[in-house]
Design a protein around this ligand. Structure first.
Ligand code: 5HY
Length: 242
């Protein structure tokens, strides 16, 4: 399983990998990577533009060992559709996976994420994935993504309180964690809140295993067919389809 952290923070890649390996089946070899270029955290549309290209770069680099499945471990699911064009393996974004899991556990869920300005990204994903009836609210905490790398009790309490307020305000039954960096907090938050708290990293890994074991792969008919070969100029030259 290819696990891509689309930001370039090494410590965050490692914490995401630990969360994935904690739930992966014994036979699943999780190979965690991040792009060779781009932002250390993804907190804006500008960051996300480069992250999407970084996801494509890592998929192209992994082509020679042909992953059985791919997980994009950033809550904006950057580069998800382009990634699906590049491989026959199932490709899962952690937001899409978490949304689907939440709809199986509660009639309504709330998202608690990092910077408030990134809520628009989750809102657009909810619309794109058709989850607008089940997602009852998306709430920022203005915790910077990289602040989660050394999450103290105060930060954990801040996320807990935001989730508690969201459950009340939205009349939700479950919480979706809006950042891959929150993965290590999932179990403790679920214990404190007494509701399902869904970490998209763990869910995406198990969904990916399930699809792979069922032999279900990305369709190559229509818009997920391989991109047409054409030259790419400048630094992107090596990323061109031959
Ligand atoms: C993430 N950013 O999961 C998102 C969180 C967000 O660098 N990893 C990031 O707020 O979009």
């Amino acid at each position: 399983l290819l696990l891509i952290n689309p930001n370039t923070s090494g410590p965050m890649t490692e914490s995401i990998a630990q969360a994935a390996r904690a739930v992966a089946a014994p036979g699943t070899d999780v190979r965690a990577v991040h792009p060779g270029f781009g932002p250390v955290s993804i907190e804006s549309h500008y960051d996300e533009a480069f992250a999407a290209a970084g996801v494509a770069e890592q998929l192209r680099l992994a082509a020679d060992w042909a992953p059985d499945a791919v997980v994009i471990a950033c809550f904006g699911d950057p580069g998800l559709e382009a990634a699906r064009e590049l491989t026959e393996a199932p490709v899962l974004g952690i937001a899409e996976a978490a949304f689907h899991a939440a709809t199986m556990l509660a009639t309504g869920f709330s998202v608690v994420t990092t910077m408030t300005r990134t809520c628009i990204m989750a809102e657009r994903l909810v619309q794109r994935y058709g989850m607008h009836h089940q997602c009852r609210g998306i709430h920022g905490t203005d915790i910077p993504v990289l602040a989660l790398e050394c999450c103290d009790e105060a930060t954990l309490r801040q996320i807990e309180e935001a989730a508690r307020a969201a459950l009340e305000r939205d009349r939700s039954g479950a919480i979706v964690l809006g950042c891959a960096g929150m993965a290590p907090l999932c179990a403790e938050l679920s214990r404190r809140l007494g509701v399902p708290v869904i970490d998209g990293v763990a869910v995406a890994v198990k969904f990916a295993e399930a699809l792979s074991l069922l032999g279900l792969r990305t369709s190559k008919r229509g818009d997920y067919a391989l991109p047409l070969p054409k030259p790419f100029t400048g630094w992107a030259g090596p990323l061109a389809m031959r």
